[in-house]
Design a protein around this ligand. Sequence first.
Ligand code: URP
Ligand code: ZN
Ligand code: ZN
Length: 466
Amino acid sequence: MRFDTVIRNATVVTATDSYRADVGVGGDRVSAIAAQLPADDAGRIIDATGLLLIPGGIDVHTHLDMPFGGTTSADDFETGTIAAAFGGTTTLIDFAIQYKGQSLRQAFDTWMKKAHDKAVTDYAFHCIITDLGSAQLEEMGQLIRDGVTSFKLFMAYPGVFMVDDQTIFRALKRTGTNGGLVCMHAENGGVIDELVKEALRRGDTAPKYHALTRPPRAEGEATGRAIALAELAGVPIYIVHLSAAHALEKVREARDMGLPAYAETCPQYLFLSYDNYEEPGFDGAKYVMSPPLREKWHQDVLWKGLAKNDLQVISTDHCPFCMAEQKELGKGDFSKIPNGAPGIETRLTLVHDGGVRPGRISMTRFVELCSTTPAKMFGLFPRKGTIAVGSDADIVVFDPEKSATLGVKTLHMKVDYNPYEGRSVKGSPAVVISGGQVIIDGDRFVGKKGSGRFLSRGPSQAPSGL
Ligand code: URP
Ligand code: ZN
Ligand code: ZN
């Protein structure tokens, strides 16, 4: 058997196992795994002695080239996927937005155009629904047949994305027959809107008031309500970017009752806190995102949730805006600061350094949270999310001892600050293979613009009991 690439002497880590093996790649797939593979006529040999082979990271929550808050997120599908690849992420699921009055198809077509000629890694889409008439309700089924099998709804951002409980319930009910999965932004938008108006009336305009007007209880309430609505509709639900103990408690309670409730958290909620909003001047704007960063004690609760599977996925919610000209839009009024922060490149290294190294989670759990469960949750497994014969050859040769200092100078995201500036971490990708091709070799990008493929996803495998 001839291989295009043989990776030798590796420790392969999947969600379940860690073992020594050689891995052979033929075309875009893994074609053999054995204790020793013949490599004499292989196109390329990679010696992975002392290194780990993990399935490419899957980031199921990104916003590339996204118009939001009067501006557009700073990374497009080229810069964003290159940065993702540097960080060991080889698949992402971005959000195609349906604006009011539009068909869902228009959203899908618009985001396909944004990604098609630019992405360097494989990609897929969720569809954000803001307007659900009977035509769009029917269209959900068509989108699912086209491989967009999940839909994000918002309980916050009134006047922009927020939909009411009746709309949420209709969408949830429909997924019971069309096989889709609803992803929920769970914060009580009405309460928050009132708190924001009160703060502005008082003259409290600094970035920290973004956090102080979005209390964790408002996230807990909405999370509980979303789960109740899903229970009433008799379908699973997936809570996005969960940040607070109050919300996790609702997910845990539901899961203990046997309900199919799932949730992701993001590195910013594990490593940053409300204290960041107290940084001098306007620097708190760097961390303006929704939900906001919480008091530090929530971090521990989230880590425990990850270890105990009350949380199943770590995504990034990568939504970068530069301080210059973008975050600055909210100088003098925190409610005008575009919501979001960069993170597509730093997820694996942060979770490895702060999760695996101190023993909060195992290396197999790391793979499960960052790749395998994301693939299963969103209908990509076993093509993605594992290293197995027949799976896509999306492989990260990960050096658990490689040190890095995070910062704008060393990272590749197209944004003028980094929330983790100066932080030292251990554990980074050495080589990244996407679809059988090496695209990151050390500190060089060697892939090709437009080589990423659209992934038509199947139904979520979540109801099988993740
Ligand atoms: O602040 C955030 N999270 N920005 C992106 C939009 C969203 O709600 O996910
Ligand atoms: Zn959201
Ligand atoms: Zn988001």
